[in-house]
Design a protein around this ligand. Sequence first.
Ligand code: PLP
Length: 443
Amino acid sequence: MKSSTTINSATQNEMGLKTGGAAQMNLVATQAAEKKLMVQTYDRHAVMFQSGEGVRLRDVEGNDYLDLLSGIGVSALGYAHPAITRTIAEQSAKLLHTSNLFFHEGTANLAMKLTEITGMDRVFFCNSGTEAWEAALKLARSHSDLLRSEGKSIGTRIIALEHSFHGRTMGSVATTHKAKYREPFEPVMPGVVFVPLNDVEALRAAFSSEICAICVEPLQGEGGIHGLSQEFFATARELCDSTGALLMADEIQSGMGRTGTWCAYQHYGIQPDVTTLAKPLAGGLPMGAMLCTEEASRALTPGMHGTTFGGGPLACAVALTVIDTIEREKLLTHVVETGAYFAQKLNDLAKKHDCITDVRGMGLMLGIELNSADLARQIVKTLLENRVLINRTSETVLRFLPPYILTRADVDEGMAALDAALIQFTPAYAETGHLAGEHGNGD
Ligand code: PLP
């Protein structure tokens, strides 16, 4: 009988996976194997990494890359940070998993730290961003159910924002604006209405006692590095307060110090009822957390929600080390300072290159808008060829989410590469060898 899960020898040879008895997965062989074996959900760049140190990644050919993306906002402490490798070694030698049927020492310690830095009261641990957001959505619905049982008039509908991104599971994707991510899976969770970002009147018009939650990213990442206006955020807070609906801030990309405060909402002085963390939380290990107020937490009781792996000993130990390291190495201040320097350099480039139409962001969550999607694609490709990693989001936006340990010298190196790439694709330069507005020798 043929096993459907085993690759036979002929197939292995055909894909180049077998060399002299040992499996040597070089890039070409891996590409071929993935093409045949994996569900084609990713369009990867043709680079294979084998290790990393600090802000640099090394590919299988031994080339080093300056990482200005940190695995889409994950590797905040860079690669092979000694504190993280030590914690992983020590904790994995002690205990990896207990299930949520028993206690271990990590959960309460981490919950203590996370509630302290976010201003929230309680935590639910899970394994990814979308799971954290899913927990927030379930909390919103069960909280409204609780309020109804207490005699309040509140519905089940949810307000989310245009260009939002909250993840790929059925609930999260229902609150994610981009049609391409959502429509092929319809019917997704019903009852979601999208409001244009920072349109206060539209928010007021969409809000009623039918709404159980308003969902925001204080600084939209996937949507192109767009921040909430103070007025819009404050209006969302005021509307939620008027009915008991929950204000839910997704900080999966913007949280854990990325913008120079633990959560981006802290820049606004507005405290949401629910927030979600993930990406850098456990330094590269999968972990998510949904945090909420005491009031909201009443709506989830034993058995209503859970996960096998959430809040496991290894992830908790590493997350505690991440927070401790950010505090000990004063990385929030460093993010503010290096972020300001980085933004200044981007603004300098914007003055030089007409194709940059905007510079946006906070801390080390930055983006520049280009005047063409094709150009943005070319720039990402050229930087990769020159061994600098960034990505493109929202078609025309170049996004920078570097490790927090980035130095000014790293910024200078990255910006020199970006400048060179922009020059290369400037039509005037290609034709004449000069940039528009560029003058020689002081005239
Ligand atoms: N929410 C935001 C704001 C995100 O940026 C992301 C991922 O990019 C998610 C949710 C989903 O997180 P994950 O990919 O870990 O499920």
